[in-house]
Design a protein around this ligand. Structure first.
Ligand SMILES: [Zn+2]
Length: 228
């Protein structure tokens, strides 16, 4: 499960009354099914809903909680537009908004692309509202701050970083980290384990100018931003 799928699942679990088991499916035709048994509810819901906004998620929850008999129109429209993977990819890329209140991610990405990737990486990037990842435990902080979705070929950066208290150099490091994921791709070990942070990845990451100081800044400050 990727970051958004985890967040979505935990949002559903906390919003649905009673015990529930949630399974995300790749089925693009059946968007949702709910089976109620005494003491336990089984919900199967299409994976693309992990990218839904709050209205759509709330509509789904109301439907699952039996407050309404049919999923509301916003849910139907969302499902309609996500039945084809191509539509999903185009829509997500269009929706990705790089212009924040403080920082413009496109400027940062273009600049890093020129200076580190010969201008050839051409990453698409956008801010992602931190609401989406609330409720997740911030286990590995880097995963939460930024995320490269290979299936969408899209970098998403947690909007908690769109903050004057975050030095632009630090934000550049987070963006660079995600650009490296696009650049190197995700290798799979012979046992099928995803190997995202390979030794080569770590070497390239450490080569970022000021890396040591930025990591020190992160250790001192980041928890305040994330808990705020
Ligand atoms: Zn990473």
């Amino acid at each position: 499960m990727n970051l958004f799928e985890q967040a979505f699942t935990s949002t559903l679990k906390t919003s649905i009354a009673g015990e529930v088991e949630i399974r995300l499916t790749n089925n693009r035709r059946a968007m949702i099914s709910v089976k109620r048994t005494p003491g336990m509810m089984f919900v199967r819901v299409a994976r693309y809903f992990a990218l839904a906004d709050r209205d759509v998620t709330e509509g789904l929850v109301a439907y699952i909680n039996n407050e309404i008999k049919k999923p509301p129109p916003c849910v139907m429209r969302f499902a309609e537009s996500h039945r084809s993977p191509d539509t999903l990819i185009k829509q997500e890329k269009r929706r990705a908004n790089p212009k924040g209140k403080v920082y413009n991610l496109k400027e940062i990405t273009d600049d890093l692309d020129r200076s580190c990737f010969n201008g050839e990486l051409k990453a698409v990037i956008g801010w992602r509202n931190s609401r989406v990842v609330k409720g997740l435990r911030f286990k590995t902080r880097r995963v939460t701050l930024g995320f490269y979705d290979g299936s969408l070929d899209l970098i998403m950066i947690n909007s908690v970083l769109d903050n004057r208290l975050v030095p632009i150099e630090y934000l550049r490091l987070v963006v660079y980290h995600e650009m490296l994921h696009k650049y190197l791709g995700v290798k799979t070990s012979p046992t099928g384990r995803r190997m995202a942070h390979t030794p080569e990845f770590r070497r390239l990451e450490r080569s970022f100018e000021g890396f040591g100081d930025l990591i020190k800044w992160e250790k001192r400050n980041l928890h305040k931003l994330l808990s705020g």
